[in-house]
Design a binder for this molecule. Structure first.
Ligand code: HEC
Length: 172
């Protein structure tokens, strides 16, 4: 009797561990929505970007702070502790409280979450950011400690232009 009772459970667990669910390929923006929840951004900025502990990102607020998407990438890498100058450049007075994500998120994840914040939350059109994204090529040199590579950046830029149908200008 016990064997009969246990077998179906075992079979279920086996199936659960051995067969991976078919992996759906997410777009960059969709992946960014997952990062936004998983990294805790939603906890401080609100699931829809309406604000909370952190400022609102919705209704174009984050575009007004960072006209260039790469400045937003830099800010998320640095957080309040390292990004004060960047925040001042945006005309904002840093009060602290934004964690630095440079060591906990990959560059890909940061770009994804920036795309989610700008396009899904703030309603930015992809073509409006295309030129600005070219600055991503500066990051490997700007953040040598984080190990970003030119190849990684080129791949990200290729994905953005392919998925969003935009042309990102070539570097110098
Ligand atoms: C612990 C709370 C907290 C978490 C988690 C958090 N933030 Fe923030 N965020 C803040 C605070 C507070 C500020 C304002 C910082 C300041 O005044 O120095 C801010 C500012 C920002 C800004 C600038 C917005 C503007 O217009 O001023 C962006 C963009 C941003 N956060 C994105 C993110 C992203 C992306 C994540 C997740 C990867 C994240 N934040 C996670 C608290 C948080």
């Amino acid at each position: 009797m016990p064997v009969v009772a246990i077998l179906p459970l075992w079979a279920f667990l086996y199936a659960g561990t051995m067969t991976k669910p078919p992996s759906k390929t997410l777009t960059l923006v969709e992946a960014g929505a997952e990062v936004y929840g998983a990294a805790g951004c939603a906890g401080c900025h609100g699931a829809g970007g309406g604000g909370g502990v952190g400022p609102a990102l919705a209704k174009g607020a984050v575009i007004a702070t960072y006209p260039n998407p790469v400045d937003q990438v830099r800010w998320i890498i640095l957080g309040s502790a390292g990004g004060g100058e960047l925040y001042a450049k945006a005309g904002k007075n840093s009060k602290g409280g934004m964690p630095a994500f440079g060591k906990t998120l990959t560059l890909d994840q940061i770009v994804e979450v920036v795309l989610h914040e700008r396009q899904t939350i703030a309603g930015q059109k992809p073509e409006a950011d295309a030129e600005g994204w070219a600055d991503l090529r500066k990051l490997p040199e700007e953040f040598p400690d984080l190990g970003y590579t030119k190849a990684q950046v080129d791949l990200i830029l290729e994905e953005i232009s392919a998925q969003e149908g935009v042309t990102i200008p070539e570097g110098e």
